[in-house]
Design a binder for this molecule. Structure first.
Ligand code: UFG
Length: 330
């Protein structure tokens, strides 16, 4: 019998790629999703349980039915701008939802969790290559909510008699799509650079606005560390197996250590699509840090992780194939 893993947010961009990778690795991924931001057609690799994490009775039912050996916890709101406008949404959905999930795991004696955290928990630390020991000083409610969930999992794990083995993955900028084209990225509204640039190429929007040209970076635009979603998820499967083999709780940055500016990404989109990217310069976007680049090899050293798909070309070309797929949501 295969082991079951409960995947919260399994109908979302990253969660759906996780379900595919878990199925390929021999697990049964059970998607738990509220469909507030997820997509029904993204659930292809295992059973679906619809529900809201803030509903303890529903969680108890799902844990009793599927008896997962572990949880991968992706379900969260993740729009930084929205979190600045409406912080209560983020504390309620992300933090209270996670609290209810952890409580249900304890009732069901599920001892392992991989949690989707973010480099947004580090906040503004320009010029620093971020590693896992950097102080966490988030500058928006999204980052604050993710840091709070890290704290709550640590607190529960430290309680007398509790067993809650955890890996936290702090993502840099996740991009790209499943190379087989079965799942990909789609947000409504879309706020991310690569899909927006691809939309501009396809004429689905007039042009891309480049937010800020006066940052203290080589070309004045923000620098980010982009990581392919397939590589990101490979780290989660390695992290799960690490926990199941008795590995100690750990936190890992997931980035490649190489930063690209917004202009470099836009140039790469033009190269990969062989089309110009209609773009204009605009003012800075509130809440953006100048540069966020991972300075850690810990995931490579401890988990044996190797982000082999994370060239700009591979990320953009898989996202481009996904955008051009017949049936792509219009
Ligand atoms: N950008 C533009 N124009 C756009 C959209 C984005 O110039 O239309 C720029 C942004 O200003 C930023 C870069 O492109 O400098 C990347 O922006 P994204 O919105 O794609 O990604 P972010 O770096 O803002 O955010 C991502 C995740 C968050 C996570 C954060 C951590 O979406 O969930 O990384 O840095 F918190």
């Amino acid at each position: 019998m295969t082991s079951t893993v409960l995947v919260t947010g399994g109908a979302g961009y990253i969660g759906s790629h996780a379900c595919k990778a878990l199925a390929e690795a021999g697990y049964t991924p059970v998607t738990f999703d509220s469909f507030v931001t997820g997509w029904r057609d993204a659930v292809q690799f295992g059973p679906l349980e619809e529900g809201d994490l803030r509903d303890p009775a529903r969680l108890d039912e799902v844990f009793a039915k599927h008896k997962p050996v572990a949880v991968m916890h992706f379900a969260a709101l993740s729009d930084v701008g929205q979190s600045a406008r409406d912080p209560g949404l983020y504390w309620d959905n992300n933090v209270i939802g996670s609290l209810r999930l952890i409580e249900a795991m304890q009732r069901a004696s599920v001892e392992h969790i991989a949690f989707s955290s973010t480099c947004a928990t580090y906040g503004e630390q320009d010029g620093v290559m971020l590693d896992e020991t950097c102080p966490q000083q988030p500058i928006n409610a999204y980052g604050a909510s993710k840091r709070a969930v890290e704290d709550l999992i640590r607190n529960f794990a430290a309680a007398p008699g509790a067993v809650l083995n955890h890996v936290f993955f702090r993502y840099f900028n996740v991009a790209g799509a499943d190379p087989d084209g079965q799942v990909g990225e789609f947000h409504r509204p879309e706020t991310h650079l690569i899909p927006l640039a691809l939309d501009a190429v396809r004429g689905r929007r007039d042009k891309l606005t480049i937010f800020g040209q006066d940052y203290p970076t080589p070309d004045g635009t923000c620098v980010r560390d982009y990581v392919h979603v397939t590589d990101l998820i490979a780290a989660h499967v390695l992290g799960l197996e690490y926990l199941l083999k008795g590995g100690a709780s750990e936190v890992f940055n997931l980035g490649t250590g190489r930063g690209f500016s917004v202009r470099e990404v836009v140039e790469a989109v033009a190269r990969v699509t062989d089309e110009p990217v209609p773009a204009e310069d605009g003012p800075r976007r509130a809440g953006d840090c100048a540069a966020l680049v991972s300075g850690s090899r810990k995931a490579a050293d401890v988990l044996g992780w190797s982000p082999d798909h994370s060239t700009l070309e591979q990320m953009i070309s898989t996202a481009w194939a996904w955008h051009q797929k017949p049936g792509y949501r219009n």
